[in-house]
Write a protein that binds this ligand. Structure first.
Ligand code: NAD
Length: 291
């Protein structure tokens, strides 16, 4: 099936990145958010990031103008009914995602493929609440979307082959690489990454090391480009906690229990870079560890 128009739900850090790469690859994009401010901020981020690409000689000005012209925004979810593929990238909360799919389904064309950029929630369960479980799958981008090469494609129990092949074709058109994952909690990348981040928070919580020691150890000791706490701030601590809860609930194993210190940061609203404070304080010129 040919995909021409892509709907993106949620214009946050992932949604605007998805709209960016889709438009740059020639797809028409309709970007939706409940917040007008998020849509404005999302478009501003896309423009800034594309301009950086032009300044570095990675993109022509004419291509940037054409890509931006392919992006429209809307606060009305039913407008996405005219798209061929929807990528839901709203807040990582199952009730939020379920409500979005419930509201969207009556407006969709029969051929439209529904996907979610969820980091961890069951694709099979999300799909079962729609009218098209066979045309539903996980389309999981990495952050930052314009830079990261991988897309995890997750098949729910009912996902059919034409749907998978169509999404694989979209990933190839984006110039990215797909990895196929079965539908188990947090899939592949986060099944491995999040317990490591959670363990780093436990290491901080138990006083084994401070923020700087932990991040320096993992950067210089294991050649990771970012320390786990810096990475957690980058991802968003609310998202990290949500994924740990999905692993804990879904696999029913205490080894996945979220660290109480992670919960405390989220309760404080210290969600990382996006709120200006997490394991580091970003409000000054250089990030300062908060512990
Ligand atoms: P974010 O908080 O930056 O953005 C979420 C956006 O969703 C917000 O703009 C919010 O206004 C919007 N939203 C909330 N409810 C909505 C609704 N009913 N309709 C439309 N928009 C709504 O979050 P994010 O980091 O962009 O994460 C989005 C999704 O991407 C989550 O499912 C997350 O697990 C996944 N994801 C995140 C990362 C990451 O590193 N942050 C990586 C891969 C996947």
């Amino acid at each position: 099936m040919e995909i021409r128009k892509v709907g993106v739900v949620g214009a946050g850090q992932m949604g605007n990145g998805i709209a960016h790469v889709m438009a740059a690859a020639g797809f028409d994009v309709l970007l939706n958010d409940i917040s007008e401010e998020a849509l404005e901020k999302g478009l501003a981020t896309i423009t800034k990031n594309m301009q950086r690409g032009v300044d570095r000689g990675k993109m022509d000005q004419a291509d940037m103008d054409a890509a931006l012209a392919r992006i429209a925004t809307t606060q009305k979810l039913p407008d996405l009914g005219e798209t061929d593929l929807v990528i839901e990238s709203a807040t990582e909360r199952e009730t939020v995602k379920q409500a979005i799919f419930e509201d969207l389904v009556p407006h969709l064309q029969p051929h439209t493929i529904l996907t979610s950029n969820t980091s961890s929630i069951s694709i099979t369960r999300l799909a079962s609440r729609t009218d098209r479980p066979e045309k539903f799958m996980g389309f999981h981008f990495m952050n930052p979307v314009p830079i990261m090469q991988l897309v995890e494609l997750i098949r729910g129990i009912a996902t059919d082959k034409p749907t998978y092949d169509t999404c694989l074709g979209v990933v190839e058109k984006l110039g990215k690489t797909a990895a196929s994952s079965e539908d188990f909690p947090a899939f592949i990348v986060n099944r491995i990454l999040m317990p490591m981040i959670n363990e780093a928070v436990y290491t901080l919580y138990e006083g084994v090391g401070g923020v700087t020691s932990i991040d320096t150890s993992m950067k210089l000791g294991t050649n990771h480009p970012m320390g786990p706490l810096e990475l957690a701030d980058f991802i968003g601590l609310d998202t990290c906690l949500a994924i740990m809860n999905v692993l804990h609930d879904g696999l029913a194993d205490t080894k996945y229990r979220p660290c109480p210190l992670l919960t405390k940061y989220v309760e404080a609203g210290w969600l990382g870079r996006k709120t200006g404070r997490g394991f580091y304080d970003y409000r000054g010129e250089t990030p300062v560890p908060t512990r």
